[in-house]
Design a protein around this ligand. Structure first.
Ligand code: NAD
Ligand SMILES: O=C(O)C(=O)C[C@@H](O)[C@H](O)[C@H](O)COP(=O)(O)O
Length: 552
């Protein structure tokens, strides 16, 4: 809906949202409420059909039968999906027609939002009974409603990309929730060896937890740090309300939590509390926490379902997606771990309200990386909004003009990540480009005993990679200067002077991209064109280090 787009609206009109769900779920009532809140139009498919056939639906059913009715419905829905731009409520049975499902699939594939409105069955049955005039409920209305629900629920879940539960909510609160959830960005991650999943970015994204976890888990381990207690309290309440037994597990902050000792403590707890293979893990926090939670999920009973709820910008744009899980060892960053993909990623923008300014800025390092390796539009947005981004204030963020800018940056960066991960989950080639700036960056983190934050280290690492690309004859000088300039404008570091070259070199040899005694880097030929820089001239490797150090 009010999404920030630098490219303007598409030429074809399409609904801002389509609502599906059972009779009595409140599709018309809440759809109207949404349309009023948003100041856009509302259409109800049943009303459109009655207008077209010139009689009530029950009368048409009695005269011509269900098949004739579904045929009219199919035509009306297909037309409206390409010609109307308000909120559109469908009749309860519409998605049961294959052609309607196809039209909805096409609509969703082009960015449309299909909301499955999931009301409490007792409330919905009561409303459906009260409303009357429903030929599908003739006879024992409640029994017929339940039978239809069992048939239709799996179909609604298939066609919808947003599921909203409204149990016990006022119409206004329910409509607000629907708007928030419809405004989400969704990035789909798929590919060889990947059980497909979605990354959801928006205010209130944590509300999806029960739908992503599904019905199989009885117990859920909620792994988080103290710094995000406010958000983990909210997640716990959502999980408990949905009926899960929640084990709250608090781990040490930042890299101190990303160790095999912390993982071991959690394995013991899961064992003592009887966690089985069908139970699940939720990781809620910065990238260190989601890396650790994913590692525990990958290893507990050789793999259980897990959901990442990133709370820092860096974790939202990078760490939470793609399935790299792991811990650090005294010898280096992320040396032990596994590729193990989450069942879903819920990047709730509300969690950014407590994020300190310096940690937000750190996250911009990985955002810029994605701009350099694939999506130059990210760099343009960063340039255009550098001052506002640098002044990020969590307390005012949600009501500020920065919110849509940050939402777009997150979505674009996650798309870059998804592109690489989908094609190459286990990092055999293309995915290595996501490591731009990391060979040097990880060495800094290690040599600074993790007092340097990851995104800051990657920023210096990108300067190093740009200098090395230039020294080896691949990248022009203006692009190297642009790298310094942009990162500095964002408040990111561009130089480092914390150790000797030999110490850095030894660590770069331990980088996971290295093969035998051969150093391997990700270089840049121009913005958007990374390449594998294998075994570069040792003089250039040293000289690039001196250039980065000289600036300090
Ligand atoms: N798996 C991957 O693909 C991948 C990708 C990028 C980075 N990483 C890893 O992610 C880590 C870096 O992530 P990070 O920058 O989020 O670091 P982090 O997890 O250390 O978080 C930074 C700090 O911010 C705090 N914090 C996070 N969210 C907060 C919030 N909403 N409110 C208040 N405080 C909050 C944390 O407690 C921590 O103190 C590194 O370990 C890095 O190796 C992994
Ligand atoms: O997802 C990837 O692949 C990346 O390389 C993303 C990096 O930004 C991230 O820092 C990752 O944790 C680095 O992994 P590593 O394999 O170099 O330890």
């Amino acid at each position: 809906m009010a999404r920030h787009s630098r490219h303007g609206a598409g030429a074809r009109r399409r609904p801002a949202a389509v609502i599906v769900g059972m009779m009595g779920a409140g599709k018309t009532r809440l759809g109207k409420e949404m349309s009023q809140m948003l100041g856009i139009g509302f259409e109800d498919a049943d009303q459109q059909i009655e207008d077209e056939i010139g009689m009530s639906i029950p009368k048409y059913f009695a005269r011509h039968g269900e098949a004739a009715f579904r045929d009219v419905e199919r035509r009306v829905v297909a037309d409206t999906l390409v010609s109307f731009d308000g909120i559109y409520a469908l009749g309860g049975g519409a998605p049961m027609t294959p052609a309607v499902r196809e039209a909805l699939h096409d609509y969703a594939a082009h960015g449309g939002r299909v909301i499955y409105l999931l009301a409490d069955p007792a409330e919905a049955m009561e409303r459906a009974r009260r409303g009357g005039g429903r030929p599908m409920l003739d006879g024992d209305a409640d029994a017929r409603w339940m039978a239809l629900y069992e048939k239709r629920d799996p179909i609604y879940r298939k066609v919808a990309n947003v599921i909203v539960r409204t149990h016990g909510m006022t119409p206004k609160a329910a409509a607000r929730k629907m708007i928030d959830m419809t405004n989400e960005g969704i990035v789909h991650v798929d590919g060889a060896g990947i059980e497909p999943y979605d990354v959801r970015i928006g205010e209130g994204a944590l509300n999806h937890l029960p739908d992503v976890l599904g019905e199989r888990p009885v117990r859920v381990a909620l792994i988080h740090t103290q710094s995000v207690q406010r958000h983990s309290d909210r997640a716990r309440a959502i999980l408990r309300k949905a009926g899960y037994q929640v084990s709250d597990i608090m781990i040490p902050d930042a890299e101190a939590g990303k160790t095999v000792q912390v993982a071991d403590g959690i394995w013991q707890r899961l064992g003592n509390e009887g966690f089985t293979r069908s139970d699940a893990i939720v990781g809620l926090g910065g990238g260190a926490c989601t890396d650790l939670a994913g590692f525990v999920a990958a290893t507990w009973m050789r793999g259980v379902r897990y959901v990442n709820c990133p709370t820092s910008l860096l974790a939202m744009v990078d760490a939470s997606t793609g399935g790299k899980t792991g811990v650090n060892t005294p010898q280096g960053k992320n040396l032990v771990g596994s590729f193990y993909t989450p069942a879903g990623v819920l990047a709730d923008l509300r969690t950014l309200t407590s994020l300190p300014n310096d940690i937000f800025i750190e996250g911009l390092g990985e955002v810029a990386k994605s701009g350099f390796i694939r999506d130059p539009e990210i760099l343009t947005i960063l340039e255009d909004h550098a001052d506002e981004l640098r002044a990020f204030d969590g307390e005012t963020f949600l009501d500020s003009p920065l919110k849509p800018v940050v939402a777009e940056l997150i979505e674009r960066t996650v798309r870059v990540k998804a592109h690489h991960v989908s094609a190459d989950l286990k990092e055999a080639g293309l995915r290595e480009f996501l490591n731009y700036g990391h060979t040097f960056g990880h060495a800094i983190e290690q040599l600074e005993h993790f007092r340097w934050r990851h995104g800051n280290a990657v920023a210096v690492g990108m300067v190093y990679a740009a200098e090395l690309s230039n020294l080896t004859g691949h990248l022009d000088r203006p692009t190297v200067e642009y790298t310094y300039d942009l990162l500095e404008r964002l408040g990111l570091p561009t130089s480092w002077n914390g150790a000797d070259f030999d110490e850095v070199l030894a660590l770069m040899h331990r980088d996971k991209k290295a093969r035998g005694n051969t150093l391997r880097f990700v270089g840049l030929e121009e913005i958007g064109r990374p390449f594998h820089l294998d075994d570069p001239d040792p003089q250039a490797v040293r000289k690039a280090f001196e250039r980065v150090r000289q600036q300090a």
